[in-house]
Design a binder for this molecule. Structure first.
Ligand SMILES: C[S@@+](CC[C@H](N)C(=O)[O-])C[C@H]1O[C@@H](n2cnc3c(N)ncnc32)[C@H](O)[C@@H]1O
Length: 259
């Protein structure tokens, strides 16, 4: 059953992401006019140069014709790939800005999606509505990630698939934050969870172990949680070091799960 409890626990998160859609900062887009084709193309080129593995995780074209919900569309870069691949697209995000940018982006390429600004802790869709739910780097920003995951499972059809990514706590990114905000500030007692919550993007960001990810998706079947070493882990570290660190200490945990 759909939950109907009103909540505003993600207001600080909404305020943070509403200032600027994710991945659209000035160093990425330069001086080109906002929402122009060139602006969007710079965002897209930058994203897939940095995170080329998104294509092999999402496999956009493999799901042609399916009914998709993307949770947390951000600037709509992946959402555009789903629409190009011929899925029936639905997208939600906590912020007005993300919906505005994604809508403008799809329109520019003559594509459409049903986009709504909502908090994904309550999804406004009937049970068993979607073949596929996709969410890249979103759920860990919510106050209650477990509610979003339960909602995703509810709206998936039987045998429907979830594809997504959550941040990994036992990662080089989290360790670098701890060195900067714990060790070098004479606060070595700070935990990895605490520095991530206070110094990574919106307030209260969470990061998980692989075991915790599996527990979050325990109601699903065929769950795979694959850690991935990212450019964010490698940043400012010597190549000889990052080359010998195993992928399980990477910042991204890519998830596949079946309802
Ligand atoms: C790091 S960005 C990722 C956006 C996009 N998936 C991407 O990979 O570029 C996080 C996005 O999640 C959205 N978000 C955070 N909490 C949310 C929630 N509770 N419900 C819906 N969207 C949320 C934010 O507004 C923001 O657009």
């Amino acid at each position: 059953m759909q939950r109907s409890t009103a909540k505003d626990g993600n207001e600080d998160v909404r305020r943070y992401w509403n200032q600027e859609a994710c991945g659209t900062a000035r160093p990425i887009v330069g001086e080109v006019p906002e929402l122009s084709r060139e602006w969007f193309e710079r965002i897209e080129a930058y994203r897939y140069e940095l995170e080329p593995f998104i294509h092999s995780v999402a496999q956009f074209t493999r799901h042609h014709g399916q009914r998709l919900l993307e949770v947390g569309v951000g600037a709509g870069t992946d959402h555009l790939q789903w629409a190009r691949a011929g899925l029936e697209c639905h997208g939600v995000d906590l912020t007005e800005r993300a919906i505005e940018v994604t809508r403008a982006r799809l329109a520019l390429y003559g594509l459409t999606s049903h986009l709504q600004r909502i908090d994904a802790e309550i999804l406004p869709f009937p049970d068993q509505s979607f073949d596929l739910v996709y969410s890249w780097g979103v759920i860990h920003h919510a106050e209650h990630p477990e509610r979003i995951i339960a909602e995703i499972r509810r709206v998936l059809k039987p045998n429907g698939r979830f594809i997504g990514m959550l941040y990994g706590r036992h990662s080089l990114v989290a360790l670098k934050l701890w060195v900067k905000y714990g060790l070098l500030r004479a606060r070595p007692d700070r935990t990895l969870a605490d520095v991530v919550a206070h110094h990574m993007e919106s307030p209260g960001t969470k990061a998980y172990t692989i075991h915790e990810v599996r527990e979050l998706y325990a109601q699903f079947s065929q769950v795979t949680a694959t850690p991935m070493m990212t450019p964010y882990d490698r940043l400012r570290l010597p190549a000889w070091l990052t080359q010998i660190v195993p992928a399980r200490f990477g910042w991204f945990i890519c998830i596949q799960a079946v309802k």
